[in-house]
Design a protein around this ligand. Structure first.
Ligand code: HEM
Length: 132
């Protein structure tokens, strides 16, 4: 979306409450996904909290993640995990479904997904599809 009136995506989608709802709709889908679930720990709460903090700042809200953990260096943080193109697509499709589930306006849904597409494909670090 254009940043007319300096509105951030964070504000446009409804701020903290919406980011919370996104994260809460997203992770159950990730955990249930056959290609993604095995990469994540059983105790998903800490991951959800980090994602809440990260997405808040990624979409133009307060810099919660950096304040707590320093420079995001997100690609580096994903290096221990085999991220294939297939997994990037799966991640984005879980996110798309989560945005739909919470009833986000379709235009904003597209904006949010488009913003996440770049990082998702950027985090791809292997073509190897075997899970250890
Ligand atoms: C491309 C597909 C992706 C896969 C398969 C993936 C997978 C993972 C995994 C396995 C973790 C570690 C969970 C743990 O703590 O054990 C993680 C952490 C995280 N991911 Fe992703 N991720 C993907 C894309 C993304 C994207 C697009 C974003 C945001 C733009 C993102 C944000 C995060 C954040 C904020 C963390 C926590 C980092 C930390 O521990 O400091 N991920 N991800």
């Amino acid at each position: 979306m254009s940043e007319t009136n300096h509105t951030t995506i964070y504000e446009a989608i409804g701020g903290e409450r919406t980011i919370r709802r996104i994260v809460e709709a997203f992770y159950p889908r990730v955990q249930a996904h056959p290609d993604l679930g095995p990469l994540f720990p059983e105790d998903i709460m800490p991951v959800m909290e980090k994602q809440f903090m990260f997405l808040t700042q990624f979409f133009g809200g307060p810099s919660l993640f950096s304040d707590m953990y320093g420079h995001p260096m997100m690609r580096g943080r994903h290096m221990p995990f085999p991220i294939t193109p297939k997994r990037a697509n799966a991640w984005l499709s879980c996110m798309g479904a989560a945005l739909e589930e919470i009833g986000l306006d379709p235009t904003l849904r597209r904006v949010v997904l488009e913003r996440l597409q770049g990082p998702a494909y950027h985090f791809v670090n292997t073509e190897d599809d075997t899970t250890e």
